[in-house]
Each structure stands twice: as C-alpha cells, then as structure tokens.
Design a protein around this ligand. Structure first.
Ligand code: PA5
Length: 451
C-alpha cells in the first residue's frame, strides 16, 4: 500500500537549515516522551496506540450496533460537540456522495447532527424533519454533562419516545460516554440503552479512532476496519523509533514550529476538494485546543479552494505576512470527468477540451501554491493517494501524532483544555444553575456596572 506524503520543500526557504537541524532532536525527544509517557498530560495518551490495540471483537461489537441502527432507522442523529462529533463528521463527509441525502438508492440512514450548537431554529427544524420518521440517536459525551448535547438529547429522546414508544429507545438509542461518571452514563444505565465506553485516558479531540468516531462512521456505511488499518500503518511509521528523516509526523511538527518561531503565527489548512471541509474543522479543533494555551500557539485557520480564492485569496496573497499554508491534495479522484469539446466555442474553453476536470483543479492548486510562495507564504503539502477509509485513517493518525509532538515542542500540555471552562462558568451563572449562586450574583453586578 502507498502512504500519504509530506512535502516541506516550499517552506524551507523561509526558515534556516540550522533551525530545522536543531528541531530534529527536539522532535525525536518529544516523540519519545509521548511513547514512554513522561511528558505533560501523560494520563491522556490512550489514543497513541488505539489503532494497534483495538481488537477484532471490539470492532465487531461496533459493527453490530451500527447494523442495528442501519436496519431500523431512516435517519440517525449524532449528538455531540467538539471532539465528540467532528472526527465522525470529517470522515463521513469526506467519503459520502456530495448529494447523499437526495440519493434514492441509499443503503444507510441519513446522518444528521445535533448538540453541536444551541440554535433554537436549528433544533426546531431538526425536530420538524424527524416528525413521523423512524429515527435513531447516538448520544456522545465523555463527561456526560456538556450542556449543548445534553439539551439536544432531552429534546430528541422525548420526541423519539413520543413517536416510537418508550420501549423503542432500547433499540434506537446508543450512548457513548464514561464507564461510570456523568449524567449520560446514569441515564443510559437507568433507561437500559446500549452504551460504549470512552476510556479515561482518551480526550475528545483524540477520540475519532475509538467508538466515538467509529460507530457513526459504520452507521454511515463505511469500512471502519480499513480506517483502523490505515491508522495502524501510520502508527508504525510515526513511532519514536522511526528517525526524523522518515517520520512525517516529526517533520510536520518541526517545520510548523520553526515557521511559528519566525513570525508565522497562523496556519491555514487548505483543501481543493469540498468534501474535506469538515476535515479542516476537525483539524482546527485538534490543534486549536491542543496548542492554544499559556499565551502561545499557532492559530489554526482553514479555507476551501478554489471557492475561497475568490474571498480570502486576496488576503492570503497580499495581507500581513504572518501566515503559512498546509495544503491537502488528493492524487487520484474517485471518478473521472472529461471536459467536452464544443464546435461553436462561444465560451472560449476549447483549450480545456478532453482534459479531466481534476487536471484543471491540479493546475489551480499548483498555480496557487507558486503564487503564494512568491507572495511570502510558506507552503507545506500533504498528498493523499485517494479519498478512502484507508488513507483517511492514515491522515487522522498522522495529524494526531504530529499534534502531540508539536505540543511538546511548544512546551504545553496538548491534552487539556482549561480555557474552555471560562464561558461555561459565565453561562451557568447567567442561567442561574443551582450551585452557581455566588457567580450569578457577581455576574449580575458586573452587568449592571457595565464592566
Ligand atoms: O476535545 C475535547 O476534549 C472537547 O472538545 C470535547 O470533546 C467537547 O468539549 C465535548 O465534551 P464531552 O464529550 O465531555 O461532551
């Protein structure tokens, strides 16, 4: 099997070779600390060997649960926020037909999402869509107490029971949560819902290769064994015993950190394939929550090209020179489409006749890359042979491993997210949640004095 490839050559002109050489040793040490569990956040390293430790029986349990939902439901709602839904959505969107929900020959339920926002219109319209349809729910929350998914779950579980009867919940609802703690675990136990466990040592944003990602991906009809197999290949090729020159996770971590030290504070993940939009959303969460702390960290941004060349393209070409790009390109599309010849040629496009649409896209990519490098934007390129489960598995693990190494190079704990609590405390105080009386009084006073 081929592998995904990393090309950093279009970034090396912006950093010194001596800096990269110094970075090699630092990255190898960081990777060793991940492996031997001696670095920061070492109680959250369960993801590191997920691909090699998940056994066939566990995968079969996930496939069976998925099959039950596939057979019984027209629609399945994935409830979760942040790491509890982004990995699944990234993979499902990347592999699905772009017009999946309109297909009449679908052999799997339509997948929709909830609990990732608190939009009243969104929830109203979702409940309207689910009216009189046979639907199922996968409710995912490691803590089991996160407000957004808990709120959506109460609404949808009530609707499901009203439409399909209380007993239907046992077949149509699956929870993924902590083994003993949290409200979702209590609910699952008391109501008798099937449940999968998120292990203590796996954080949300590193959980896509656990049941959190695998169950929804299997429900959507994709081969989770191939996904895990791809990730396993990458686990082997990014291990701490693999030297820097052969280890693309270490190379990516070093080059992006050297660019950061040279003043490139923003990394833009670029795709030329709209199906990868949510892969970027997953990547932003992974890197943003892992590195953005202690007043440090590259700001992860993303664009979908060529769409955004007509909006953000100007800024990227000529705006403040604090950015670098990482392009994800796909070597071979899954379909072939040739551009037709036209006798009259009123649109003047006959110079493209007989070419693949992908050739136009690839030339757009190369032209953009060269223009941006000329404009002072370092470029890294990740090439995926094809968009399928195997290579997506490689890509997901590559980004996770590189994120762990990169966080250690930056000297932060890449596995916590203390900053996420600040908004929750204010929200609970404003909503007068029991237990928050002191905070409620303080925040009300603050609003009156307008400070
Ligand atoms: O990466 C993380 O840990 C977070 O983004 C969580 O996944 C997110 O906050 C949801 O948390 P929970 O699964 O506890 O509801």
């Amino acid at each position: 099997m081929d592998n995904i490839k990393l090309d950093v050559s279009k970034a090396l002109g912006f950093i010194t070779q001596s800096a990269v050489d110094a970075g090699k040793q630092v990255a190898e040490n960081a990777n060793k600390r991940l492996e031997n569990g001696s670095g920061k956040g070492n109680d959250f390293l369960g993801w590191l060997h997920l691909p090699s430790s998940i056994d066939s029986g566990r995968l079969a349990d996930i496939e069976q649960a998925a099959e039950r939902l596939r057979n019984n439901c027209e629609i399945v709602v994935i409830i979760g926020i942040g790491g509890s839904y982004l990995g699944a959505k990234a993979v499902i969107d990347a592999l699905s037909n772009s017009f999946d929900w309109l297909q009449t020959n679908r052999r799997h339920p339509v997948i929709v999402y909830a609990g990732q926002n608190i939009g009243e219109d969104y929830l109203y319209e979702l409940q309207e869509l689910l009216q009189n349809r046979k639907f199922g729910i996968i409710s995912i929350s490691k803590s089991g107490t996160t407000t957004e998914p808990a709120l959506a779950f109460r609404l949808l579980k009530t609707q499901l029971e009203a439409q399909q009867g209380k007993a239907a919940g046992k077949d149509a609802i699956i929870c993924i949560t902590d083994k003993s703690k949290g409200a979702l675990r209590t609910l699952a136990t008391q109501e008798g819902y099937s449940a999968f466990v998120i292990e203590d040592n796996i954080g949300g944003r590193y959980s896509v290769l656990s049941p959190v990602g695998l169950l929804p991906i299997a429900v959507a009809g994709f081969d989770i064994r191939k996904l895990v197999e791809g990730a396993l290949g990458m686990e082997k090729s990014c291990g701490s015993a693999i030297p820097y020159d052969e280890n693309i996770a270490a190379q990516y971590a070093v080059v992006r950190n050297e660019l950061y030290q040279s003043g490139k504070k923003i990394e833009i993940l670029v795709n030329f394939q709209p199906k990868l939009h949510y892969l970027s959303e997953w990547w932003k969460q992974l890197y943003g929550e892992s590195e953005g702390k202690e007043n440090r960290g590259i700001y992860p941004a993303s664009v979908d090209f060529t769409t955004d060349l007509h909006s953000m393209g100007q800024w990227i070409q000529e705006g403040e020179r604090t950015i670098f790009e990482t392009i994800i390109s796909i070597k071979e599309p899954n379909h072939t489409k040739l551009f037709p010849h036209d006798e009259v040629n009123l649109d003047g496009l006959n110079f493209l006749a007989g070419k693949r649409i992908d050739e136009v896209n690839k030339m757009a990519r190369l032209g953009t890359l060269l223009a941006h490098v000329d404009g002072g934007v370092p470029n890294l390129e990740i090439e995926i042979p094809r968009l399928n489960e195997y290579y997506l598995g490689q890509l997901l693990y590559f980004f996770e491993r590189a994120c762990g190494i990169s966080g250690y190079i930056l000297d932060v704990n890449p596995f916590d997210q203390p900053g996420v609590e600040a908004y929750k405390k204010n929200m609970f105080a404003l909503l007068e949640k029991p237990g928050y009386e002191v905070e409620t009084a303080a925040i009300k006073k603050r609003l009156i004095t307008n400070r």
